[in-house]
Design a protein around this ligand. Sequence first.
Ligand SMILES: Nc1ncnc2c1ncn2[C@@H]1O[C@H](COP(=O)(O)OP(=O)(O)O)[C@@H](O)[C@H]1O
Ligand SMILES: [Mg+2]
Length: 357
Amino acid sequence: MTKSPASVEFRSVTKRYGSVTAVDDISFTIEPGSLVTLLGPSGCGKTTTLRLIAGLEMASSGRILIGGKDVTRLSAAERDVSMVFQSYALFPHLSVLENVAYGPTVQGLPKHRAREMALEKLALVGLQGLERRSPSELSGGQQQRVAVARALVLEPQVLLFDEPLSNLDAKLRRRVRDDIRELQKRLNLTVAYVTHDQEEALAVSDRIIVMSDGRIAQSGTPRQLYEEPANLFVADFIGDANLVDGVVVEERGERALVRIDGITIEVPRRGAGLGPVRLAVRPTAVLLQRTGPGRQAVEGRIAKAAYLGKHAEYLVASPMGELFAIDRADGPLLEEGAPVWISLADREVAIVPSAEG
Ligand SMILES: Nc1ncnc2c1ncn2[C@@H]1O[C@H](COP(=O)(O)OP(=O)(O)O)[C@@H](O)[C@H]1O
Ligand SMILES: [Mg+2]
């Protein structure tokens, strides 16, 4: 890219549609050249947020800045932003090349120049040789690349992706996801990326903004969200968590001794005082043993077992409630109904500070 990437900043932005508040007083910053994901369940306001960045929707209140410049009242055409839509929105009657050259042509650039720019971007996304085809003669992954080339052709300051993998089959998803991330890094692009898939978000993002009901539930690096979820919603949405009750029985500076049924573990205190707390226990922190009784272990029973190649997944009935466990060990599968002794790895167990979900 010849242009330097721009930041995106929301200052207390709200978007209402009649009585529906789709985006509710949100503030965040996307640093130049970084990929930030808006993650959350369907209807939480992700697409609306992207459309607000693009200027396809106008904010009801608040301010939006791109590259430090206030664009709140500017139309989509006046903002230097491109969007890759969920459906790709390619013109079926135009060739691949014509699809990509369309933007510069409409902007009034000479035909040969528009063509040159389109060819350059098609090479960038690895589609050289396919310029004359029509979109219907391409695979889903290739169509996606055409959509990306078209979004890049005018070298926007900010590139937006709305669930770009949702029309691809499971196998292609990982590759296209990695391609997008690689391109973003190589070209030093500022990208806002929308998905409802937490695994996808963890894989591609510099930072993640978790949204719930039009608000920001938490933002941070993938690791921060996974290791220090701010509330139950984030704990449950990112990386799967068992939510269990425990009691802080001793404060040890920055750490706390927590009792969960018959098990006592030491975890980061995260501001909790003595007394009841809720904890997020990652599936890999639930350790299962065939024989017992053990110290620091409680008895449970395998309710469901599934072998998935590299690991096994279990639902375990226990005094802590039903626990979801992932066992990476390569021993024999535990059978449904089998008694087990459950202990907890203290890594991957986190006190969740805010009780509301
Ligand atoms: N044009 C619109 N008119 C009325 N309500 C809308 C419109 N667009 C979105 N909404 C509502 O705003 C909320 C957020 O929608 P959206 O941003 O599309 O969520 P997401 O992309 O996270 O699924 C939803 O309740 C949706 O029904
Ligand atoms: Mg959406």
